[in-house]
Design a protein around this ligand. Structure first.
Ligand code: NCD
Length: 313
């Protein structure tokens, strides 16, 4: 079997064939999700626990729906960040949950690396739903599926990732995935919002939207992550929108059939014009949400197959 992972912690660990395996299965689940009867049984009898140590609406809902559509028993635990005293408490929580015999643990945590640490302590499959500024693998996979369905391929595309790259786990996972699938990536944003070591990421870096967007196939906008900023990264939101916000005028520099993406939640009028975000001729933002459920069904299905094989061995 192509997909041999025990956990889904990051794109970093996935081979191109494994990425393709998830996307192919997700295409099938996208078709299932459009039917009146949306039920599969790939996770029947299994218990899925969603542990979100950070606020989330769409990702948590998406994982919950994905699990339920495939027949898992799904439990949501919303953990308040303030009551978590890092390291020890996280492991204690993991051990407590582990004693309840979950099969799939979906974890979001504000600290980079926390999900990897947790995965070492439990004997079920762990899925990273976003850890700090590190990775958000299912987001990159759903973005890839959305791009592949719109453009017919993932290789030899010019993809612009714009805005707050420094604080974005979405950007990191997308860079890893798109590099691995042989697309060309341009990072566009102010120098203050570029991560340290940006030159080593294998991307072209632009400080100017007009230059960076020229002839791209995909424009991926990122949310300005104010909650992760502790100083003056931008002069003002108005100035930021003027220089880096995506509107019809800036989009006109990309290819005429370029698609517009955003992982959500959006700051309308800060990183993207609201009318453009809603323009179904250009924006695939709703498709991203739809593909999110399908990708999470596929990822959990593949992990559950490996889990069952391991237990049977
Ligand atoms: C992203 C996240 O949480 O990293 N959102 C999401 O998963 N829906 C991006 C963001 O918060 O801007």
């Amino acid at each position: 079997m192509t997909f041999s992972q025990r956990h889904l912690l990051g794109i970093e660990h996935l081979a191109p064939a494994e990425i393709t395996a998830i996307l192919d299965l997700a295409d099938d689940y996208a078709a299932l999700n459009r039917r009146a009867d949306k039920h599969g049984d790939a996770l029947r009898g299994l218990t899925q626990i969603n542990m979100f140590f950070e606020n989330s609406t769409r990702t948590q809902a998406s994982f919950e729906l994905a699990g339920k559509r495939l027949g898992a028993d799904v439990m949501n635990m919303s953990m308040q960040t303030s009551s978590v005293k890092k390291g020890e408490t996280l492991i204690d929580t993991a051990m407590t949950l582990n004693a309840m015999h979950p099969d799939l643990l979906v974890v979001r945590h504000p600290s980079s690396g926390a999900v990897d640490l947790l995965a070492q302590k439990v004997n079920c499959a762990v899925l990273n739903a976003g850890d700090g500024r590190h990775e958000h693998p299912t987001q990159a996979l759903l973005d890839a599926l959305t791009i592949r369905r719109a453009k017919g391929r993932l290789h030899r595309l010019n993809v612009a990732i714009c805005g707050d790259i420094a604080h974005s786990r979405v950007a990191r996972s997308n860079i890893l995935l798109l590099n691995r699938m042989e697309s060309r990536i341009r990072l566009i944003g102010p120098p203050t919002l570029m991560p340290a070591g940006v030159a080593d990421l294998g991307c072209e870096v632009y400080g100017d939207m007009a230059e960076g967007l020229k002839d791209v196939d995909v424009v991926m906008m990122l949310r300005l992550q104010k909650e992760r900023m502790d100083g003056g990264f931008i002069p003002s939101e108005r100035e930021y929108y003027h220089r880096y916000g995506l509107d019809a005028e800036k989009l006109a520099l990309a290819k005429p059939d370029a698609i517009v993406m955003h992982p959500g939640p959006m700051n309308r009028g800060v990183e993207i014009d609201g009318t453009l975000a809603d323009d179904i001729n250009r924006s695939v933002i709703q498709d991203q949400v739809e593909m999110g459920v399908a990708v999470r069904m596929a990822a959990m299905d593949l992990l559950a197959r490996n889990l069952r094989d391991r237990r049977a061995a």
